[in-house]
Design a protein. Structure first.
Length: 388
């Protein structure tokens, strides 16, 4: 009798383990004893809030940069910039998709300007200001080396701002880069000589280090005056609020690997008590199941979950829910939620921070529109700001 009881008990345990690990049925104590108020948790687009703060969708995406002199935040919105003040109020946002670009606001230079084909959009003030180039020099590589040297050095000497760009939007056969000079409020565009490779981002060996967010020319570093913008950081994960050409995160691990690339903010203190914490999760559906030939995923599938989260910000708690993934091979839950804040020395000036949610599990093609629609629709950048 005792042996039969033990066998029955073992079979029961195995059945329960199978149901828990291999099906979408929720048997965990977390599910049984989950507080009823978890049902009230809102998704990020529905503006979850605490007593004094709320989370709202941000009008833009990475890179996310900060102007310390003006206490303002800049986000890329594709073809232009979006700007918020230190309290999270939208100052302005612009769609410049009609423009033909020679540069975009991105990884290359942390400055509040968008350089278009015929002029410059200046985002540094309270309203957007467009200035046409007063001159466009060497547009057809018409200068000889002697004239180029003389004219370049004269403009460099007299300029208050000097900003170098890359060749992303230059015809490949031109093999040149644009350079921008601002002197007495007027902008000049000058193209390099053909095949000039004396810029830091080109990795030509003449310059040992490449400062992230600033392209320099050998012997003539860029001039940003007080216009350089600052990156934010998720200190828990060591991730900065910029991407390398939109492909790879700039992290502490990345900087350790590519040690010739320098990010000045790495010396700053970003430590924080604020955090995003997973409180509980509930299995909703299968994410991936294997077959008999793909052990162990066949007997231990991966699940899509609803995660219940607590965002602690400035001593207050904001509760929300979003999708997460529990992979069979990973003891942790993947949610791809990140909290970006200013360095400690700058936080007293601003009342906002940003949450990035970027869990990507692919999508489906919409046959009527031809657009791939993501399975998880709430991904993107969110702003934590004071409630009005």
């Amino acid at each position: 009798m005792k042996k039969t009881t033990v066998i029955l008990f073992a079979i029961s345990v195995l059945i329960l383990l199978f149901v828990d690990r291999c099906t979408t049925i929720n048997l965990t104590t977390a599910d049984i004893f989950r507080p009823s108020n978890y049902n009230d948790f809102k998704e990020l687009p529905k503006r979850p809030q605490s007593q004094n703060y709320e989370v709202v969708p941000a009008q833009g995406d990475f890179p996310l940069l900060y102007n310390s002199s003006q206490n303002e935040f800049y986000l890329s919105n594709g073809k232009g910039l979006t700007k918020y003040d230190g309290a999270g109020n939208l100052i302005f946002t612009n769609d410049l998709s009609h423009e033909e670009y020679t540069s975009t606001f991105d990884f290359s230079n942390f400055v509040p300007y968008v350089f278009a084909k015929n002029g410059v959009y200046d985002y540094s003030g309270k309203k957007l200001v467009y200035s046409r180039f007063s001159e466009i020099l060497n547009a057809n590589n018409e200068m000889d080396d002697k004239d180029f040297k003389s004219i370049f050095e004269s403009h460099y000497k007299n300029a208050e701002l000097v900003i170098y760009d890359n060749d992303r939007n230059i015809e490949s056969d031109r093999d040149c880069l644009p350079m921008y000079f601002m002197s007495k409020g007027k902008w000049t565009l000058m193209f390099t000589q053909k095949g000039d490779y004396r810029f830091t981002h080109q990795g030509n060996g003449d310059i040992d280090n490449d400062t992230i967010g600033k392209i320099d020319f050998l012997g003539f570093p860029a001039k940003f005056a007080d216009k350089r913008l600052m990156v934010l950081k998720d200190s828990k994960n060591g991730i900065y609020s910029i991407n390398k050409f939109g492909k790879e995160k700039i992290t502490d691990d990345y900087l350790n690997t590519f040690y010739t690339q320098i990010l000045k903010e790495r010396k700053l203190d970003y430590q924080t008590d604020d955090e995003i914490k997973l409180l509980s999760r509930r299995k909703e559906e299968y994410y991936a199941t294997g077959n008999i030939f793909s052990l162990p995923s066949w007997v231990s599938p991966s699940f899509m979950n609803t995660g219940y989260f607590k965002l602690t910000y400035r001593g207050e708690n904001i509760f929300f829910k979003e999708k997460a993934i529990k992979l069979f091979s990973d003891p942790t839950v993947q949610n791809d939620l990140y909290l970006f804040e200013l360095p400690k020395k700058s936080r007293s000036r601003s009342k906002i921070a940003f949450v990035l949610y970027e869990l990507n599990v692919g999508g489906y093609m919409n046959d009527s529109t031809g657009i791939v629609e993501p399975i998880i629709k709430n991904t993107g950048l969110y702003l934590i700001k004071p409630k009005k």
